[in-house]
Design a binder for this molecule. Structure first.
Ligand code: AMP
Ligand code: MG
Length: 275
């Protein structure tokens, strides 16, 4: 069993302005390795991720923000469960974004988001994010176009500011097909342990499938930048999805090349003859 898969087996970032075809085909990878093989390879990536995170936390020069977006049932919770297991919980925080509260609605849309951006040394995972403000808000017509349209640029400025302040941002759109979502929602109906995840709004959103596709396509075209790129993760198969996200995170942290800070000379001197 290979410890890792060929290096080519990774997703590349969406290019600025790219119109990504988000059909059913893009939710799967043809000739993907088998599930078992992928799970073994993912485990070895997660071990590497654990080492990298320890060093990243100690290094403290950067923060890492992983943004997860996707339709209901696309596996945002599943990805979090998969990668979170690799991390030392001290260095990672998850934030989930539901409909804004009345207080949050009185502020600008980035207010609630900015508060939970991870500080340096930490990894933050967003389960949904400020992108809902150009997705759900647009598709469900919660605000007029004059409000949501300028947000693409506002988001780019916000993310660029974070980047310049040491926050490494990586964004994943977990892309499932309409057929796969149907299966997963049906499973939520049948499984008493999953009933709670199924909400009335999920059916409304499913009925707006094409509108969401257009909105996601705009997000990818307008808000994937070299410093804060988007990745489209084919997510119909959970093992493929988990592998590709882990692969991307390992690549990201290896590029940072985190190092353990050396002990300060004063501490070393003082510790020489401590009792
Ligand atoms: P879930 O992630 O399944 O628990 O659902 C959270 C719900 O909150 C989804 O239906 C999102 O579309 C919705 N949501 C998140 N952020 C916003 C927002 N800024 N405006 C409106 N709805 C939102
Ligand atoms: Mg949901």
């Amino acid at each position: 069993m290979p410890k890792d898969l060929p290096a080519a087996w990774r997703v590349s970032a969406v290019s600025a302005g790219e119109q990504v075809a988000l059909g059913s085909n893009a939710a799967r990878i043809e000739n993907a390795p088998g599930k078992k093989e992928l799970e073994v390879a993912t485990q070895s990536l997660l071990s590497r991720l654990a080492e990298l995170q320890e060093a990243f936390h100690a290094d403290g020069r950067h923060a890492l923000l992983l943004v997860l977006q996707g339709r209901d049932g696309s596996g945002k919770d599943g990805v979090i469960k998969s990668v979170y297991g690799a991390f030392n919980p001290t260095g990672v925080r998850v934030a989930a974004f539901g409909p804004p509260s009345s207080l949050e609605l009185k502020h600008d849309f980035l207010w609630r988001v900015h508060q939970v951006v991870p500080p340096r040394g930490m990894i933050g995972v967003f389960n949904r994010s400020h992108y809902e403000d150009v997705l759900a808000v647009r598709v469900r017509k919660l605000a007029p176009e004059t409000v949501w349209q300028p947000r693409f640029e506002q988001i780019n400025h916000f993310e660029q500011m974070l980047h310049e302040n040491g926050v490494i941002i990586r964004k994943c759109f977990l892309h499932i097909s309409r057929e796969e979502q149907r299966e997963r929602l049906l499973a939520r109906l049948d499984d008493p342990h999953k009933n709670w995840k199924f909400r009335l709004e999920d059916l409304d959103d499913r009925a707006l499938w094409d509108e969401y596709t257009d909105a996601y396509r705009d997000v990818l075209a307008k808000c994937s930048t070299p410093d804060s790129p988007w990745f489209v993760i084919p997510a119909d198969e959970k093992a493929v999805r988990n592998y590709l996200v882990a692969r991307m995170l390992v690549d990201t942290l290896e590029a940072v090349n985190p190092t353990y800070p050396a002990m300060q000379q004063a501490v070393r001197d003082a510790a020489r003859d401590f009792k």
